[in-house]
Design a protein around this ligand. Structure first.
Ligand code: ZN
Length: 279
């Protein structure tokens, strides 16, 4: 890759290319005008990954993001490292004013009562499932484009968030008993895969696993797990270890059935490969 072309990549990819000459599976894409739409011109906005009203709600104005590196067993993949910074200054990277003042602003208004509810009871309604799934996915995209981790949301997936949920993303909920501060996240890939013997050494299986993004985002006691499945991996081959809210199921979980863990990373995201899978 020539210097001129690679200079338009994200700094994270540029540095890796320079230092190792090798990049693990990822979306290689020049930094766009807006990560969330196809606009090439217009006004830019400063989009915070975690909105100020939410930070204020949890009294987290002085909370700091602490750097983390988590090693997961699959191929020695490293979860995202994070710079130390105040949570209130974590920005989403390139976002245009139309996205920021339009659908993102509407989404914040819709998600506010669900995210800040002190008691949640009954079935997770389809409306709440959609708004939570979109918000956690939007937040995962904002983290994925701006933090040091492989870019795994391609443009069609990112852009479809403006009007609903992307078709290749699953979202689940869990709860934690306690946590340090109100906000946390880790980006990684699928941690465990069940693969028939004859496919273990199959390069396509390996590449697909390397592209299957798993983001875990904690807001106080609620944890959203966002999984991007590269085709032909299907949702029924996925076990997130949490209560799935998206895609919507015939029987949506109740809030009481959302599993509780000690720590927000305690659940394991697994994929099941079957013989007919690569056909
Ligand atoms: Zn935009």
């Amino acid at each position: 890759m020539g210097g001129e072309r690679s200079s338009r990549l994200r700094g994270f990819d540029r540095n890796l290319l320079r230092n190792s000459g090798y990049l693990e599976e990822r979306v290689l894409e020049a930094v766009p005008f807006c990560w969330f739409c196809a606009a090439r011109t217009g006004k830019k906005a400063r989009e915070h990954v975690f909105p100020q009203w939410l930070i204020k709600h949890y009294g987290a104005q002085r909370e700091y993001v602490t750097p983390v590196r988590v090693r997961v067993p699959l191929g020695g993949a490293v979860a995202s490292a994070r710079p130390r910074m105040p949570i209130s200054s974590v920005l989403a990277g390139e976002v245009c004013a139309r996205c920021n003042n339009g659908w993102m602003s509407t989404l914040e208004t819709e998600v506010a009562p669900v995210l800040t509810a002190s008691r949640r009871r009954g079935v997770v309604s389809d409306a709440d499932a959609l708004v939570l799934a979109r918000w956690f996915t939007k937040t995962a995209v904002a983290l994925n484009v701006s933090m040091p981790f492989r870019l795994l949301f391609d443009a069609p997936t990112r852009h479809s968030l403006a009007g609903g949920m992307p078709s290749n993303v699953a979202v689940g909920l869990s709860k934690v008993r306690s946590g340090h501060g109100a906000f946390d996240w880790v980006q990684s890939v699928i941690q465990s895969a069940h693969i028939p013997d004859h496919l273990v050494m199959n390069g396509r299986v390996r590449d697909l696993l390397a592209r299957a993004y798993v983001g875990r985002i904690r807001v106080d006691r609620l944890v959203g797990t966002v999984v991007v499945l590269p085709g032909p991996l299907r949702f029924d081959q996925l076990n997130m270890g949490v209560a799935q809210i998206w895609p919507i199921m015939d029987r949506q979980p109740t809030w009481g059935a959302v599993p509780t863990y000690d720590h927000y990373l305690d659940h394991v995201v697994e994929a099941y490969f079957v013989d007919s899978w690569l056909v």
